[in-house]
Design a protein around this ligand. Structure first.
Ligand code: AZF
Length: 457
């Protein structure tokens, strides 16, 4: 019974990424990624865990697609492993063949493939040549996009260029919490621009013919801890780096002046070259929004940090010194992130109101909670409630005129949660890593029902 219907054709999906689930990191010609290197470096990932095996999805993809279909989801957002497709800069048919098989299996099951080209697993040889701080990497990404479009464009029509460029740039090169684990704000601001330039160069390639493309930034609702001038300015800085830097560039073709000013001490103005912003702000068919929580920002430096790794790290916020994050009193997930579905409504209506109109997808939304297996069942009512509340926020946003076209739950199944290893479970489907047994949680069955009925009770 649906009392809150979603628009006809709304895409109900689940999402994953290559390094987090595939395993088989040396199979069929795959090259090394920066996450292979990072995860095998002691002290970078909890318990020394890595993606060598992960969910063994590379060999179990058909089983996983059949499980998705049995649940009733209609779309699947996955990522392509760049080092599997172009190790050492040369095309690897063995890697492309895997994604051809995956796309064909999805289509045969009636599931629409949505492919992300970059979900953080840069080929190591490109990092050795300078990584995202090096402008040439953006052009190598465009070459990769052309190979992918040629090989998979007959099967895949929906493309996302880069996933969460904020994470790749600021966790990878400023805080060091993510691969390649560097701690240089100067490198981070260069990386942020070149990830967006990579998007700008690749989007026209992916949009040739009947291709549809966008990017998938991670956006947060942002509030000051108080209405003091210092807290208001701290919130401005965080909102600028987390949200407006990416939204303005992608949707307006310019960077916000206040953020450019904040980043000037890190050499940011030298990074942008003539023509870059026209490329970055070029036409897209949709924008992905990855949303998890709200930042409540204080100018007091004795507050907390947003946990992005179990290890002590440097700040991922160049130019935002004396900033800390406080809890607003809401329940938190196993990641320590506040549950705030109102923040999703806030972000969606803000993008729809303040930026040129573009169709939106929730490309990631979900929650980690500690799951307990009882007689082979997992009753993950907290995760189900989290998703239900955020879907209600989506429904309200659509009623308020937001052109929301779909929702991808993060994640289809438990997987490698970066610096946290396998200890944080976001999946609708439970994975026993000893046996690789998949078990749908109560949230999976509920979500599949919502998908089939295209609406909330
Ligand atoms: O932290 C949960 C997710 N957030 N966005 C990127 C994904 O790779 C993460 O697993």
């Amino acid at each position: 019974m649906t009392t809150r219907g979603f628009p006809e054709g709304f895409a109900w999906g689940v999402a994953t990424s290559a390094y987090q689930i595939e395993g088989s990191t040396a199979a069929d010609g795959r090259g090394t990624s920066i996450w292979d290197t990072f995860a095998h470096t002691p002290g970078r990932v909890l318990n020394g865990e890595n993606g060598d095996v992960a969910n063994d999805h590379y060999t179990r993809y058909a089983e996983d697609v059949a499980l998705m279909a049995s649940l009733g989801v209609g779309a699947y957002r996955f990522s392509l492993s760049w080092p599997r497709i172009m190790p050492g800069g040369t095309v690897n048919q063995g890697g492309l063949d895997f994604y051809r098989r995956l796309a064909d299996t999805l289509l045969e099951a009636g599931i629409t493939p949505y492919a992300t080209l970059y979900h953080w697993d840069l080929p190591q040889e490109l990092e050795d040549a300078g990584g995202w701080p090096a402008r040439d990497t953006a052009y190598r990404f465009a070459d990769y996009a052309a190979v992918v479009r040629e090989a998979l464009g007959d099967r895949v029509k929906h493309w996302f260029t880069v996933n969460e460029p904020w994470c790749s740039a600021f966790l990878g090169y400023a805080s060091g919490d993510h691969a390649p684990g560097l701690r240089s704000p100067e490198l981070a601001v260069r990386a942020a621009h070149h990830l967006l330039l990579a998007h700008g160069l690749a989007a026209p390639v992916l949009r040739e013919g009947d291709g549809l493309a966008g990017a998938a930034p991670n956006l947060y609702a942002v509030s000051p801890a108080s209405d003091s001038e210092l807290d208001l300015d701290a919130a401005r800085r965080i909102d600028g780096l987390q949200n407006r830097f990416f939204l303005d560039a992608l949707l307006r073709g310019s960077y916000p002046e206040d953020v450019v000013r904040d980043l000037a001490p890190f050499g940011f103005e030298d990074v942008v070259q003539a023509g870059d912003m026209e490329l970055i702000g070029g036409p897209i068919d949709f924008l992905g929004v990855n949303y998890y929580s709200r930042h409540t920002v204080s100018a007091e430096s004795d507050g907390g940090v947003v946990a992005t790794s179990p290890f002590a790290s440097a700040s991922p916020w160049p130019g935002a010194s004396h900033v800390s994050f406080v809890h607003g009193g809401r329940p938190v997930t196993d990641m320590g992130w506040e549950v705030d579905p109102g923040g999703l409504h806030e972000i969606l209506t803000r993008v729809a109101k303040e930026y040129p109109s573009v169709p939106l997808y929730i490309t990631e939304n979900g929650a980690a909670y500690v799951d307990t297996v009882v007689d082979g069942e997992i009753d993950d009512h907290e995760r189900l409630s989290y998703i239900e509340a955020h879907l209600a926020a989506c429904h309200d946003a659509i009623a308020d005129g937001v052109p929301l076209k779909g929702y991808f739950a993060w994640s289809f199944m438990d997987n490698f949660e970066w610096g946290w290893g396998y200890g944080k479970r976001f999946g609708l489907v439970h994975v026993d890593y000893e046996t690789q047994k998949r078990t749908p949680k109560s949230s999976a069955r509920w979500y599949g029902q919502i998908s089939r009925q295209n609406g909330l009770p």
